[in-house]
Design a protein around this ligand. Structure first.
Ligand code: ASP
Length: 446
């Protein structure tokens, strides 16, 4: 018995080592582009996790190291690209027009997403016949305690007020993205207004932005290995159990997200902007697979900014302002998910919904997706709020969410990937409308 264990242990490590050598070879000898290697890491890691199960979870620290490396860059990157972006625009008025375009398009894509979530939820009926009373007590406890801490985090007014940092350095050290965005924009406008005298600091920040983008490049060099480890961990930990347990919910979410990506973003890129959709997807594959494996759009942000500016040819000033905003307020995958969960709960509880319920769900799901942080499982805990609008008692809501909780990661990966793809689509649109998109780069001619 023990010998068997040792033998599989050896086979496991040999497989991991062989995969790493292969990934290294693809990059350093065959010089294949990064996205090919990241996708290879994703697939290989998934297979290793699937076949070795629990044992594969041991390599999670390699994935964690990768996530920490990119998270390390989030605040420095947002701050420097945003300040230098505002300075590069040269005119605060342009910032206004850019902001309005970005926010409007973010809202429009979200409305489509909520609609899709509700449509797929009605069609697939994922909650019919689910016995939510079997939810694990552990999961239910976790959810109630998270709810309590959310209830203490203050009203909407408080949260809006928190966007204005009383101490910008503290906001940055707490990775408070919205407050950092706020301060960076105001500082950029200040540098512009200071004219000649502000030039120096503008140049220093611009040069820091360049350096940090280079560091992002270094971190991405290890992405294939990090993504491999994360996928091995997820599949090793969860297997494909979700397919059986919450199969319909997973299918509905994955299909609705694919629909959103192909038709809504595809429509924006292909029909509205007249650009090749395939090139768009190919340009942001690193960001998509990083989002998929980390389940955090905030952590993926440095990769998204780098992909959108380097591969899609969107000026750094636009990518650096539109994307951080998107990573915090635009979450279409999350909206799809929240709409779906609402229907899942209504079906599990055998409640009949009327038109006003659907509208209320759509509105709360939109608000919740705007308010959700770009971190793993953020929206799972907001789902309870969405359920409260059609009078699901809190205890029942907690049980329903607790059923989903153990499997949420696989759902989270897909919605995060959709969130990030949506940000990139909107950044491309705003870039094009602002005359800040180099089509030759987008089309891969440069
Ligand atoms: N994990 C998602 C994200 O980072 C948020 C969510 O839980 O839906 O985009």
């Amino acid at each position: 018995m023990e010998e068997m264990g040792i033998a599989t242990g050896l086979i496991f490590w040999a497989t991991v080592a062989a995969s790493f050598v292969l990934l290294f070879f693809l990059g350093n000898v065959l010089k294949l582009p990064l996205w090919v290697r990241v996708m290879t890491g994703l697939v290989l890691g998934g297979l290793v996790g699937y076949f070795f199960g629990e044992r594969a979870t041991i390599i999670k620290p390699i994935g964690d190291a990768f996530v920490q490396l990119i998270r390390m860059l989030v605040i420095p990157l947002i701050f420097t690209t945003l300040v230098s972006g505002v300075v590069a625009m040269g005119d605060p008025k342009r910032l206004g027009s850019l902001g309005i375009k970005a926010i409007s398009l973010y809202l429009i894509t979200t409305v489509f997403a909520v609609g899709l979530g509700l449509a797929f939820g009605s069609y697939f009926e994922p909650g019919v016949g689910i016995d939510y009373t079997t939810a694990s007590a552990d999961a239910a406890n976790t959810i109630s305690s998270r709810l309590d801490s959310a209830a203490n985090s203050g009203s909407i007014t408080d949260r809006l007020l928190a966007i204005i940092p009383t101490n910008p350095l503290q906001a940055m050290s707490a990775t408070d993205v919205l407050a950092t965005i706020f301060f960076a924009i105001i500082l950029g406008v200040g540098i512009l207004s200071a004219g000649e005298k502000g030039k120096l600091i503008g140049e220093v920040i611009e040069s820091s932005a360049e350096a940090i983008l280079k560091v992002t490049g270094f971190v991405m060099a290890v992405a294939p290995f990090g993504v491999f480890a994360l996928m091995a961990w997820v599949l090793g930990d969860q297997g494909l159990g979700i397919l059986v347990n919450l199969g319909k919910l997973t299918a509905a979410l994955y299909l609705a997200c694919l629909f959103q990506i192909v038709f809504v973003y595809g429509g924006i890129i292909r029909i509205i902007l007249g650009l090749p959709f395939f090139k768009f997807i190919r340009g942001i594959l690193d960001a998509m697979s990083t989002a998929y494996s980390t389940a955090s759009s905030a952590a993926t942000l440095p990769v998204t900014i780098s992909n959108v500016s380097k591969n899609l040819g969107v000026e750094k000033s636009v990518a650096g302002s539109v994307l951080p905003l998107g990573a915090t307020i635009n979450m279409d995958g999350t909206s799809i998910y929240l709409g779906l969960i609402a229907l899942f709960a209504a079906q599990a509880l055998e409640m009949d919904l009327v038109m006003t319920d659907y509208l209320l769900i759509a509105m709360t799901a939109t608000m919740a997706s705007i308010g959700a942080a770009g971190i793993p499982s953020a929206s799972l805990f907001l789902a309870v709020t969405v359920l409260s609008v059609f009078n699901v008692p809190e205890e029942a809501a907690i049980l329903i969410i607790a059923v989903i909780f153990p499997f949420d990661r696989i759902l989270d990966m897909m919605r995060t990937m959709t969130n990030v793809t949506g940000d990139a689509a909107v950044a491309s649109a705003v870039g094009k409308w602002e005359g800040a998109l180099d089509e030759d780069v987008f089309r891969g001619k440069k």
